[in-house]
Design a protein around this ligand. Structure first.
Ligand code: SF4
Ligand code: SF4
Length: 357
């Protein structure tokens, strides 16, 4: 059985209350033991797609940055490039969105440094020996760090029913190639109606798999390695891939990427989940969303499985429904947890300890 520590909190609580509660949670869960002197420590969060408002607050990031820095480690805020068309599909664009959403050095005490470089392709291949992959592609800024703080926002999710710590780890810490492999098993294709035959994708393709004809560019599947460079570099949105991997298979793929990270940093990963402003969709949806239930609070643990399980139990207890019932009822959020237990990532039996500041 794993312990998960919990403190009730409302979004927008006064700074003094937030600080006292985060300090109490950090101490109770003994998160400080994960960080050592001079560790370059990523604080992995989601800065929110432009248009959304319910991402984790810079104030929460600030309190955690302060506590991590207090251990002698050197925290920085980070995230990875997205696959879809967005300012967050490159390092500079992502840094700008982080700044626009208040994740500035002044406000949080740490710089935002994209973990996967300029275009989402700075990555390290990590052996995992899973059901779907022998190796997975993880952002180098995550893979090379000795310790890690996973700061997640609990939400529903179109593909998995729930997004928490495991998803923040498995999908959120993967490079673009890693994400692409989770979402589909095929190669991208180019839409001839949208292609402007500019040739940019062919210039960037590392395997020379794109032929630029007179009317459209075409991908040669035999040599394509599915790196997604063409998806990122086409500014016309002409390179498409299907998002058909959903549900259980997507959950297994996410967990196998998470396993690569967890196994690489035994005892050195801390998890904090913000279970306030829980929305139907994740923070990648560039729209303002209304929460689907009242704020629960903050949770902390050193077990990624237990902290996700604890959120699911709290939601069910407070709402009287599962998170899937509030988001995507066809999904089974528990399956991700079961697969993570099978992969040895943590425990699904949880002792929830309420903390008082
Ligand atoms: S970058 Fe986009 S528009 Fe240009 S050739 Fe490639 S697919 Fe066509
Ligand atoms: S996915 Fe990578 S290898 Fe395949 S065509 Fe696109 S750039 Fe080339």
């Amino acid at each position: 059985m794993s312990k998960v520590f919990y403190v009730p909190l409302h979004r927008g609580a006064p700074d003094a209350e937030l600080r006292a509660k985060v300090e109490a949670l950090f101490a109770a869960a003994d998160l400080g033991r994960c960080f050592h002197e001079n560790d370059l420590t990523p604080v992995k969060l989601h800065v929110g797609e432009p248009g959304t408002k319910t991402f984790v607050s810079p104030a929460l990031a600030r309190e955690l940055v302060r506590l991590v820095a207090g251990t002698g480690a050197v925290p920085f805020l980070t995230d990875t490039a997205v696959l879809y068309k967005s300012p967050r599909d490159s390092g500079p664009g992502h840094a700008r969105v982080a700044w626009e959403h208040g994740f500035t050095l002044d406000a949080t005490g740490a710089p935002f440094v994209p973990a996967d470089g300029l275009r989402g392709s700075d990555e390290v291949s990590v052996a995992v020996g899973g059901q779907h992959y022998d190796e997975v592609a993880i952002a180098s800024g995550i893979a090379q760090a000795r310790s890690l703080l996973v700061l997640s926002h609990a939400t529903g999710h179109l593909g998995t029913g729930f997004g928490g710590a495991l998803k923040n780890l498995g999908m959120g810490c993967a490079s673009r190639q890693g994400k692409l492999r989770q979402h589909h098993g095929q190669h991208p294709r180019i839409d001839p109606e949208t292609c402007r035959v500019c040739g940019t994708c062919a210039e960037w393709c590392p395997t020379e798999s794109i032929e630029v004809g007179e009317e459209t560019a075409v991908i040669r599947e035999e040599t394509c390695i599915g790196c997604g460079e063409c998806v990122a570099t086409c500014r016309e949105g002409a390179v498409e891939f299907d998002w058909s991997v959903m549900g259980r298979e997507l959950q297994e793929r996410i967990v196998e990427h998470a396993a690569a990270i967890v196994r690489g940093k035994p005892g050195r990963i801390a998890y904090v989940t913000d279970a306030t402003a829980i929305t139907k969709d994740c923070d990648c949806l560039g729209l303002e969303q209304e929460p689907v239930l009242p704020d629960l609070g903050l949770l902390a643990s050193r077990d990624p499985v237990a902290i996700d399980q604890a959120v699911l139990e709290l939601v069910r207890e407070r709402a009287g429904h599962s998170i899937e019932a509030l988001s995507y009822p066809d999904r089974d959020a528990r399956y991700q947890i079961e697969h993570a237990v099978t992969m040895g990532l943590g425990e699904s039996r949880v002792e929830l300890v309420t903390v008082s500041p």
